[in-house]
Design a protein around this ligand. Structure first.
Ligand SMILES: Nc1ncnc2c1ncn2[C@@H]1O[C@H](COP(=O)(O)OP(=O)(O)OP(=O)(O)O)[C@@H](O)[C@H]1O
Length: 446
């Protein structure tokens, strides 16, 4: 299997930029295989995280296409102290120090250089948080302190947090800024407690000009971490330093968060990020495709954006997957290819569905005849499928109530409205019905 990995590496070298390949892919070493898992070793946690976040789908795709079978990949950390890996770490640190990020002697900013305001697409769903972030970057510790950004998974909170840090550093290279996930903050705290280095811990955080903490909700319920964070917060706030945190919830909705912290988060500005609309999703995909040099036709970006997910990370994952398939097969990305490659992930809303298709599909699903579905018979075994089919016709086709009535044996439009409303009402209470309808929809649209 080692040869497969070496071949996969060389294929990836052809599709990635030189710098990306050297920084992230080249340091990966083959470390064994069992069944359908390839074990790869990476030099450190930093590289492991980045690979898992950005390159794993591409790596798996490359291995699977070489072996023609399904493989998963396990990443293990094995420190590699060879000259080469030391150089790689240096390169990674160098990459992380751009743009305008001065690596400080006594700490690391941990900022991701890719997450800037320039690479962030602003749309209706995130414009408030974006404006708040820009305002804080322009005037740290001014009007909005702390800034609390909250929103669902993969909607760009970490990106904005980094963008603030990167932006400030491009203008003031001496600014002391650090980005921490709350988990990393906690782990460092635990280590410092263990090795009696609490003075060092406190000094480090309390000397910051801007402290960026990602996913603060994870400190909820962790007493010691909350206490230490509380003192760090007070110390920074009193010295007029900026604090910015992100969370997946509004402060008062974070269970287990101490009251004193909750109230402090509410002192400043709270900005939310909502799921992106289709136009914003398309704009994000296009920007990402451009920066990764992936040729993405308009119909494909619409197809990806019409998928149910609002998680931008997932959208990016689909794009990376398409890019990898296109590079490895030497083909252009087309709508047909996207449908095929992403068939298990995307429900295709662009596919035309007709009343007749729905009638046939629903009748087959319930084991009845289309004529029975269209009839006036009041048997329960027919009434429920009929109402579901009518509901789906309204949901998935452009047919009007009278048109649907006509195709259901000449029924009156009020009967069609009644059936649709009945299903709509039941959907919120009846989980089984919802699941049946979801299955039917998926089947009809893929
Ligand atoms: N508006 C946007 N413009 C450009 N890229 C975006 C945008 N929103 C999200 N992304 C990208 O989507 C990915 C996920 O975003 P990010 O990690 O910031 O999400 P998050 O809200 O912090 O998620 P989590 O809750 O999992 O921490 C990143 O690669 C980010 O660059």
């Amino acid at each position: 299997m080692e040869e497969v990995w070496l071949q996969a590496q060389s294929n990836l070298a052809k599709v990635l930029t030189h710098q990306t390949y050297n920084t992230w892919i080249q340091p990966i070493k083959f470390n064994g295989a069992n069944k359908n898992t390839l074990i790869l070793s990476v030099p450190n946690e930093f590289i492991k995280e980045r690979i898992a976040e950005h390159y794993l789908p591409m790596i798996i795709e490359s291995i699977c296409s070489l072996t023609n079978s399904q493989y998963t990949v396990e990443l293990q950390i094995t420190p590699q102290e060879s000259k080469q890996s030391t150089a790689t770490k240096r390169d990674a640190a160098k990459t992380a120090a751009e743009p305008g990020q001065q690596p400080q002697a006594d700490y690391s900013t941990n900022l991701n250089p890719k997450y800037t305001f320039e690479t962030f697409v602003c749309g209706g769903s995130n414009q408030f948080a974006h404006a708040a972030a820009q305002s804080v970057a322009n005037n740290p510790a001014g009007k909005y302190n702390p800034l609390f950004i909250y929103g669902g998974v993969g909607l760009g909170k970490t990106h904005l947090l980094n963008a603030i840090g990167n932006d400030v550093l491009t203008r003031n290279k001496k600014a002391r800024i650090c980005f921490y996930t709350s988990e990393k903050f906690m782990n460092e705290l635990i280590n410092c407690l263990r090795y009696q280095k609490m003075d060092q811990f406190r000094n480090k955080f309390r000397k910051m000009d801007i402290l960026l903490i990602d996913d603060i909700q994870f400190i909820a319920g962790k007493e010691r971490t909350q206490e230490e964070f509380f003192h760090t917060f007070n110390s920074l706030y009193e010295s007029h330093k900026q604090i910015i945190v992100t969370s997946d919830k509004f402060p008062k909705d974070i269970p287990g968060l101490e009251e004193r912290l909750r109230s402090r988060f509410e002192w400043g500005l709270i900005a939310d990020i909502q799921p992106p609309d289709t136009e914003t999703k398309i704009a994000i995909l296009k920007k990402k495709a451009e920066s990764d040099k992936i040729v993405l036709p308009d119909d494909v970006s619409l197809f990806l954006a019409s998928s149910a997910t609002s998680n931008v990370r997932e959208l990016e994952g689909m794009l990376i997957r398409l890019g990898a398939v296109a590079s490895l097969t030497g083909k252009n990305i087309t709508l047909d290819m996207a449908r095929e490659v992403l068939k298990d992930i995307i429900v295709d809303k662009t596919k035309e569905v007709t009343v007749e298709m729905i009638q046939k599909y629903v009748a087959e699903h319930f084991g009845i005849k289309v004529t029975e579905l269209k009839s006036d018979k009041r048997l329960k075994a027919l009434v429920v499928p009929r109402q579901i089919a009518i509901y789906l016709c309204r949901e998935l086709t452009k047919a009007s109530y009278p048109e649907i009535g006509e195709k259901f044996g000449g029924k009156d439009h009020s009967t069609i409205i009644h059936s649709t409303k009945k299903v709509e009402k039941l959907l919120s209470q009846n989980f089984e019905l919802k699941s049946t309808i979801d299955t039917l929809k998926k089947g009809l649209l893929t």
